[in-house]
Ligand binder design. Structure first.
Ligand code: GLU
Length: 279
């Protein structure tokens, strides 16, 4: 029995790409859940959340209630973070974005991850005294995962890909625990990160099959690592192709013409949308 979820962020109107992702998740799930990923309080808006419900219902989808909202789950993310901290897997990073960029420019080799250059590890080796000084100085900090330490703790991990990654990846995939480097798991203004929240909530909601666009395929590496570190069950993955615009680009929130709302308002039917995304 597959439990799937569609997990949009209410930071804009849903477009054709979302329609495909939601339809794919609903089709693959014996149980289909909806999760509102609204941890970015600066960008999330209530009106977009309302529009998500309207658009999905119009498409003919039905999901289990109540819907999980990540903004209401900060305590759970805090507990997960504390657990990782108690295992010695986190360290405070006091670098500004500017300092990180400068450090990367200076270093001879700057390994890249899916989200850009990897953090060079500047704050990993700070002594307790140096940390204490910075805390006392009130410097804002982020909590980073010590990825090498994490990898040593878990040993080789795998995840199961039932769909296809962007390069045809399928089947049992060996996790690269260093893919994202020492990724940020929490910041002062957002006490969780996307990866941490997703992993905690997929487990909490009993999701067994994560379906989503293959632009997030790489994220499965770090998410599988976090599942192991947090001693959570590992869901399988079914990454799918992306719905692209005529120029072969991903739709963005700015493409108003392909929002489900404007398609609906200009007379498209749910069947038209399904057909247009190849369903
Ligand atoms: N909230 C993410 C997005 O809108 C999706 C997260 C996921 O499916 O893991 O792109």
């Amino acid at each position: 029995m597959n439990v799937t979820r569609f997990a949009p962020s209410p930071t804009g109107l849903l477009h054709l790409g979302h329609a495909f992702a939601a339809l794919a998740a609903a089709e693959a799930g014996d149980r289909f859940l909806l999760r509102i990923e609204d941890i970015d309080r600066a960008r999330a808006r209530a009106e977009y959340e309302t529009a998500i419900y309207e658009d999905l219902a119009w498409l003919g989808l039905d999901w289990e209630k109540p819907v999980l909202r990540q903004s209401e789950r900060m305590e759970a993310y805090g507990e997960a973070l504390a657990f990782l901290g108690s295992r010695g897997l986190l360290y405070p990073c006091f670098c500004t974005r500017r300092e990180i960029a400068d450090e990367i420019t200076r270093s001879a080799e700057a390994p890249h991850g899916p989200d850009g250059p990897l953090y060079p590890g500047t704050c990993r080796g700070l002594s307790e005294t140096e940390r204490a000084e910075r805390f006392l100085g009130g410097i804002s900090f982020a909590l980073r995962l010590d990825a090498a330490k994490a990898a040593a703790m878990t040993g080789q991990l795998f995840f199961e890909e039932q769909g296809t990654g962007p390069h045809g990846e399928h089947g049992r995939i060996a996790v690269d625990p260093l893919a994202f480097g020492d990724v940020v798991l929490a910041r002062k203004e957002t006490p969780t990160s996307y990866h941490l929240a997703v992993v905690v909530d997929d487990a909490y909601q009993g999701v067994t099959l994560v379906t989503r666009g293959n632009d997030l395929f790489a994220a499965a590496h770090i998410q599988r690592l976090l599942q192991a570190l947090l001693e959570l069950p590992a869901p399988a993955y079914a990454h799918h192709r992306l719905i692209l615009d005529d120029a072969g680009r991903k739709f963005s929130k700015r493409d108003r013409a392909v929002t489900l709302r404007s398609l609906r308002e200009t007379g498209a039917t749910p069947e038209d949308v399904r057909r247009r995304v190849g369903f």
